[in-house]
Design a protein around this ligand. Sequence first.
Ligand code: B12
Length: 292
Amino acid sequence: MNNEFSLRIKEQRKKHGLTQKEAAQALGIGQTTIANYENGTRVPDLMKVGEIADLYNVSVDYLLGRESYEVKAAEDRKKDEIPDYSYEEYMKSLLDGNKKLVRNILLSFLKKGVPSVTIYREYIERSLKEVGELWEKGTLPIWKEHFISELSLENMALIKRRKYQEIEPERPILLITPGAEQHSIGLKMIGDMLEANGHNVMFLGNLIPTDNIIHAIKDRKPYAILLSVTMPYHIEAAKMLIDVIKQNFGAKAPTILIGGTAFDHVENVATITGADKHCMNIDDIERNLRRI
Ligand code: B12
């Protein structure tokens, strides 16, 4: 057995405030045996090494010096204790209006180390889409749909606070939903993901008058603008906004990327709208931002 083992078991015993006698009692061995383990003159058998690891709540690998992070095993055990919630349980808690459970489910994913992008896509986005279908079928009242949208936004803010990273002091990316387009959760989600990736995001959301947008561009000099359109009848407003931006800034206009479900069945989106690129998702955006 290596020297590291002797050092680590002694260190752990002290850390747990145990005397050699107390540790020996806990392990069902003599005090001299513990002393011999700790000064390296005697080596425990495999089973005993496991018992020592359990006593000090560390992994066997840590005791053997094969792993440097002592609480890893304990953390992994804690992660295993967090319940595995299914999408169906998440959806039910939303429909039941059980705010506490919705929040606990999302937090449990964070604690388990699930990436925020996965939580966004596979739970928040998926559930909002299902909510839309239920509402369309007339099985979900408008007040409930509004409540779930607001709750989703609240929880996105919670996830963002937990995952916040230092923002690079670079020129911002401006995020806007054009004209009277009110669907802004998708764009907010994209903004949160970009921020988590270290971008400087300026989310303006919806109902910003065009002259104000021009003012914001002059003032903050964003290097890119992301536009999101959900309702096909707001595509025209996006086109007009892009026109005005290009007229005002010419060749110095920020790169304009456009996306959203309004374009799901539309071809040549960039040509139709005048945007520099039609993007499908966060990876697409990142790829295009790298090219600027
Ligand atoms: C919440 C919601 C609302 C909320 C929006 C609140 C808010 N702050 O955003 C409110 C109540 C305001 C609303 C209003 C309306 N809504 Co609504 N709404 C929804 C609902 C339930 C969820 C939308 C959502 O947030 N989805 C989750 C997000 C995360 O997904 P996402 O938007 O698709 O975004 C993702 C991608 O598309 C992409 N993306 C989005 N933008 C961009 C931009 C770029 C650059 C890129 C790369 C990617 C990208 O990335 C996102 C993350 O993956 C949908 C149902 C659905 N199927 O989506 C209906 C839905 C969109 N609404 C609908 C309708 C009809 C309306 C109203 C007309 C209802 C009415 N009669 O008043 C109004 C229109 C208001 C307006 N002027 O815009 C229809 C649209 C049908 C259609 N396509 O024609 C839907 C589909 C419901 C349905 N099944 O009928 N709505």
